[in-house]
Ligand binder design. Structure first.
Ligand code: FES
Length: 151
């Protein structure tokens, strides 16, 4: 069921498309947009479903694929890359038991890569559910993931 109050909070103008998609995704507790969401937005804004789908799949913050309760976005841009992002990726994949782009079988974490998070001064950086974490190394990652696992 698409929350119509989220749609009606904004005038049915195409310029509100991105904002509406973000609010639908973030307010759903699912971390992704369903087919039903895309269709409802297309009808509300009177644009094609393909146009909505195009935007929903263009921006990495949005997803049309089911994701975990917590989305980990690890920076893969040059500064973090030079500061050790490939090694941090391997540690995260090992801790979570999934590869980049996958969701843990318990549905708790999705591991994704991201363009620069704007926190190059604390590289290697990642974001979990909108919260930044920097200067990542093996002990820091174990501590952060452990904290999320304990809820
Ligand atoms: S390059 Fe990673 S936060 Fe900027």
């Amino acid at each position: 069921m698409v929350p119509t109050q989220t749609l009606r909070k904004h005038p049915p103008l195409q310029e509100n498309l991105l904002l509406i998609l973000h609010e639908l995704q973030n307010g759903s507790g699912r971390n992704y947009l369903t087919e039903e969401d895309l269709q409802a937005v297309a009808e509300y804004l009177n644009i094609t479903r393909a146009a909505v789908y195009g935007v929903a799949t263009y921006y990495s913050m949005l997803s049309v694929k089911p994701r975990g309760r917590h989305v980990i976005r690890l920076c893969k841009s040059p500064v973090c890359d030079m500061m050790g992002a490939p090694g941090v990726t391997r540690i995260l994949e090992e801790l979570l038991g999934v590869a980049v782009g996958e969701t843990t079988p318990d549905g708790v974490f999705t591991l994704e890569e991201s363009a620069c998070l704007g926190r190059c001064d604390s590289a290697v950086s990642m974001m979990i559910d909108g919260q930044y974490y920097g200067a990542l190394d093996a002990p820091a990652l174990a501590r952060i993931i452990g904290r999320f696992r304990r809820g």
